[in-house]
Write a protein that binds this ligand. Structure first.
Ligand code: GDP
Ligand code: GDP
Length: 436
């Protein structure tokens, strides 16, 4: 099921990012440790009591050089479009401002539930400051303090009341869900059309799901697929759609709903930083990944060009060493037919379970061949390995002391597992646990 989405809106300096960070807490991100892939966080998963949800700080989405008021309005529109519940944040120390009223007007016109948080109420004596905010028309204002961490639970309790009731299932498990991700103009829409236009593809319906407007369902060789729309793909035209943060946000939402992510790169323009950003998210989310180099028709080539481009990709996307690369053209349709079989392979590997006995043989053989180095006189001992999850495959290695499992040795074991079982197209994860 798709997780509920909460968006925070409000004018600058009311404390949106402070509250966002409070709610998100200390989440470690692998991708942020990869050089060149650091980013300001505006989107994250979060938990509150029994609820899992996603949260967006719309304040982090800067829209070109639009004037101040226009920025806030567009951010409110993004919140309305993206979220199930909106947290409207105001500053309890400044009373209602004209900009607050402006935001209120926009939110009021939408049908989305709004929870009003009055921030910077740092102590109980200040609670009387909240009454002014009834005038905004969103019911009872909730006093909070981002910097002191007060009232955040009350705020989330109120937001959770509006979460969609469960049962809004996204798609059946046996449908392969994939998305085309990439910056604007790399050819995502053209590729979607090229795939749907293939001979053996039977488009069954263009279904609207809960929130994300246009997914495409189709059948190919008897298997059902859905192309998860990276919206904006087909309903282009909103002012904010060309901003990087917004397109990343859309990409994230699509990645989350996908089994397989096709990272589309413009072969004509080459790789830029933003491509890496988006790829990093797909990897971090544990999705199967295929790298698609589009517009290959427009590239002047000799016999070395493809090899060089491939090397370039491998250098830039070291964390995606498992992802196959395909060079094609949405325009001329050249090699389009190689995509579906590749999606099948990636999807199969993503949900693959290996036999425990064979897995243990592989691990024990690897260790016999290349024992872990000693660390302060102690040596890693491996007792048993088991696969605990799929999508992506996760392995737990039971050892004498997890501290002794260094990154490089873990990498070695990952490579051995890959040599033995393949797993092309999917990340795999390995954790060391102490045998109890
Ligand atoms: P944003 O622009 O809405 O994202 O606001 P920020 O989160 O960047 O916060 C703006 C300023 O308000 C920062 O200096 C924060 O430290 C401060 N701030 C945030 N929350 C509180 C709060 O609960 N109480 C007080 N006194 N200051 C706060
Ligand atoms: P999107 O923004 O990623 O959905 O990109 P579009 O599908 O709208 O394509 C952007 C531009 O690239 C359009 O002008 C397309 O005609 C062009 N384009 C897309 N695929 C190809 C291709 O394979 N070769 C060439 N030469 N142009 C392409």
């Amino acid at each position: 099921m798709a997780k509920p989405v909460v968006a925070i809106v409000g004018r600058p300096n009311v404390g949106k990012s402070t509250i966002f960070n409070r709610i998100v807490g200390e989440r470690i991100s692998i991708v942020e440790d990869i050089p060149g892939v650091t980013r300001d966080r505006i989107y994250s998963s979060a938990e509150w009591l029994a609820y899992d949800f996603n949260i967006i700080d719309t304040g982090g989405i800067e829209i070109g050089d639009e004037p101040f008021l226009e920025q806030i309005r567009l951010q409110a529109e993004i919140a309305i479009e993206e979220a199930d519940v909106i947290i409207f944040l105001v500053n309890g120390r400044e009373g209602v401002t004209a900009a607050d009223e402006e935001v209120a007007k926009i939110l009021y016109r939408s049908q989305k539930p709004v929870v009003l948080g009055v921030n910077k109420i740092d102590n109980p004596e200040m609670r009387s400051e909240i009454y002014d905010f009834y005038a905004l028309g969103f019911g009872e204002p909730i006093p909070i303090s981002g910097s002191h961490g007060l009232g955040i639970g009350d705020l989330l309790d109120e937001a959770a009341k509006h979460f969609p009731k469960s049962g809004a299932k996204d798609y059946d498990e046996d449908i392969i869900k994939f998305s085309l991700i990439g910056r604007p103009n790399v050819g995502k829409s053209s590729l979607t059309n090229a795939i749907l236009g293939e001979d053996r593809v039977i488009v069954s319906s263009i279904a609207g799901t809960t929130r994300d407007a246009i997914d495409s369902n189709f059948k190919y060789n008897g298997q059902d697929y859905v192309i998860i729309d990276t919206a904006g793909m087909r309903k282009k035209g909103k002012v904010y759609e060309t901003t990087e943060k917004y397109s990343v946000l859309r990409a994230l939402r699509a990645i989350e709903r996908s089994d397989v992510v096709l990272i589309v790169i413009d072969g004509e323009e080459g790789i830029i930083e933003q491509d890496k950003h988006i790829a990093g998210y797909a990897h971090e989310a544990g999705r199967a990944v295929i790298i698609v180099v589009n517009k290959w028709d427009a590239v002047e080539k000799d016999e070395k060009t493809m090899k060089e481009f491939e090397q370039n990709i491998r250098e830039h996307f070291q964390f995606l060493s498992y992802a196959p690369i395909v060079f094609l053209s949405a325009k001329t349709k050249k090699r389009i037919h190689t995509l579906m079989p590749m999606i099948d392979v990636a999807s199969e590997n993503h949900s693959r379970r290996v036999q425990t006995t064979i897995l243990n043989e592989v691990i024990m053989d690897s260790i016999a061949m290349n024992p872990a180095p000693t660390d302060k006189g102690k040596r890693l001992k491996v007792y048993y390995t088991t696969q605990v999850a799929v999508k992506p495959p996760v392995f737990v290695v039971f050892v004498n002391d997890p501290e002794l499992m260094h990154f490089s040795y873990q990498r070695f074991l990952e490579n051995r597992i890959r040599d033995a079982f393949g797993f092309e197209g999917t990340p795999i994860k390995i954790f060391a646990r102490e045998r109890s």
